[in-house]
Design a protein around this ligand. Sequence first.
Ligand code: PEP
Ligand code: MN
Length: 244
Amino acid sequence: MVKDKKIIIAGPCAIESKKQVFSIAKEIHSNINFFRCGVWKARTNPYSFSGVGLKALDWAQEIQKKFNIKCAVEVGTVEHVQLALKHKIKTMWLGARTTCNPFIVEQISSCVKNKDVEIWIKNPIFADMKLWFGTIERFKNKGVSNIKVIHRGFFSESKEKYRNPPRWDLVVEFKKKYPEIPLICDPSHISGNKNLIRELTNQAVKYNVSGFMVEVHENPENALSDSMQQLNLTEFRKFLSNLK
Ligand code: PEP
Ligand code: MN
């Protein structure tokens, strides 16, 4: 199930409907380690699709049971964490915007104190490594030891090829400081363009990342968020075979 022992996290940017999420899960669950479920979306533009919310958590819970797979959700508030736990979702990630906010990180980490959860921490939007490190320390201080980090690239003001340039130098810096924490590369949010995912994946392998988080949608052209960067099911199969 695991390609070259890399941890594979995949699923849609956002859950859009019960039909959409079940059909993606059915197709990919046997080839992945975690199913990513965007339930609440932290959108920059308040008029963009911001996720289905609570209903989607019910579907994620059903998917966990039906396909015997761990679902992971992004949490941005204490309420999100409490609702996820209520739905037996024990894998949660902090998005790039949340990692930038020590108040929220403190609240969320207190909420999962000594709980049996796995927490993934995305790098902060901009390249301030201290924010990333500080977020890790806050969770460690609360007794959370099951931590992974997600490298999703860093905001750049100059017009770049990638939506969020990868800054591999910072990946090296991270791995030097926390060699024991698995670092997962998210080429979907780094690239912003599905045609660049393969080259980024090949680069990431050279930096010996522990795995990948990839956005997969059955019909990316009509996705309600991040339509340019989501792989369709055939492209995802090719992504996996390229990793072999
Ligand atoms: C996401 O993973 O859905 C997401 C919003 O990404 P990021 O926090 O990296 O922008
Ligand atoms: Mn996305």
